[in-house]
Write a protein that binds this ligand. Structure first.
Ligand SMILES: Nc1ncnc2c1ncn2[C@@H]1O[C@H](COP(=O)(O)OP(=O)(O)O)[C@@H](O)[C@H]1O
Ligand SMILES: [Mg+2]
Length: 320
């Protein structure tokens, strides 16, 4: 199996590689391609889910929504037939406030890290979500109850105690760059880089791993399992890219981060969408977004169908 050479990339080298910085992302990519009125569609996970279901795009099933404090005490009876589930703030981000329950132990609820919490803890957590503890600007929120994703075996050893996701950046409907985000002990089962997850670049052409980073530092093996990160290959890769690409039509957003999880039984499903995706993906790919965005801007006639756009991206943005 091919092994990419891992090297430390200096800021000067990043510039040379056409790395998009924060300013360019905010001024050019986001404000020129993403009309503000469309932000709520992706900032609110409940709205995203409703929209995706209407468009026939697979998402984790919604079990219910807790909207007011009085409903909190109905939670446990409501979930009586559901051993595992996820509670998350509809307007959360960065993995904050997400509780993944993998099963029951007596009256208690087992979290993805194996810790057991009580009914009172579950109630408190849900009340905290409603009061806006995890939402943007501390605004009151609603708590979504979602089915727990059981992730595909291909991630065995590549992700520790949590669901890994695949972030695809989609520009004007074309998938331009991708990264797998692998959970670690440090990220407490979340696939969010700021929480300490590993980011592994994924070749748009092939679905094979490129470079890996954790907290901005390169690494070769998963910190908890020792598994060689370069060996990761994402299956059903063209399907993942097509799913990501479809989210352009669905949302109307020109610059979009699409988070996909590979469900063991259902295949690729959309976990969430992001109108302001982070830039660390470039580090995990060892290259910048600039050249790829320019290639799309330079097209005389953009491709109309999802299949054509995916084929163009796979042929044009191959790393090896
Ligand atoms: N339904 C789910 N099943 C299992 N794990 C989940 C589920 N929803 C979220 N997670 C875990 O929490 C992380 C963050 O969830 P996400 O919905 O992307 O919210 P955020 O906006 O906070 O990133 C995911 O990457 C995954 O690791
Ligand atoms: Mg996320």
């Amino acid at each position: 199996m091919r092994m990419p050479r891992l090297r430390f990339i200096t800021p000067a080298r990043l510039k040379e590689l056409g790395i998009v910085g924060m300013n360019m992302r905010n001024v050019r990519l986001i404000s020129e391609n993403n009309p503000r009125r469309l932000f709520p569609l992706v900032d609110d996970k409940l709205k995203t889910k409703v929209m995706a279901e209407a468009a026939g795009i697979p998402v984790p099933r919604l079990l219910g929504v807790v909207r007011v404090q009085q409903q909190v005490r109905e939670l446990v009876p409501f979930l009586s037939g559901q051993p595992d589930f996820v509670i998350k703030p509809a307007n959360g981000s960065g993995g904050k406030g997400i509780l993944v329950i993998t099963g029951r132990e007596g009256e208690g609820f087992v979290k993805s890290d194996g810790m057991v919490i009580s009914r009172a803890d579950l109630h408190r957590h849900t009340s905290n979500i409603l009061s806006g503890l995890f939402s943007l600007g501390g605004r009151a929120d609603v708590a979504m109850l979602e089915e727990r994703i059981i992730f595909s075996d291909v991630f065995d050893g590549f992700s520790f105690q949590g669901v890994p996701d695949i972030r695809v950046i989609v520009y004007k409907g074309y998938p331009v760059m991708a990264m797998a985000r692998l959970s670690t002990v440090n990220s407490r089962g979340k696939a969010n880089l700021h929480q300490g997850a590993v980011g592994t670049g994924v070749d748009i052409g092939t679905g094979c791993a490129l470079l890996s980073i954790q907290h901005g530092t390169p690494l070769k093996t998963h910190p908890d399992t020792g598994k060689r990160l370069a060996d990761l290959v994402i299956p059903e890769w063209a399907d993942c890219l097509a799913l990501a690409s479809r989210c352009h039509e669905m949302t109307g957003l020109g610059y979009l981060g699409v988070d996909i999880v590979l469900d063991k039984h259902r295949g690729p499903v959309i976990l969430e969408l992001n109108a302001r995706p982070g830039l660390a993906i470039q580090m995990a790919n060892g290259t910048g977004l600039m050249v790829r965005l320019a290639a799309i801007d330079a097209l005389d006639q953009p491709h109309e169908s999802v299949a054509e756009r995916v084929a163009f991206s796979q042929a044009s943005f191959r790393s090896q």
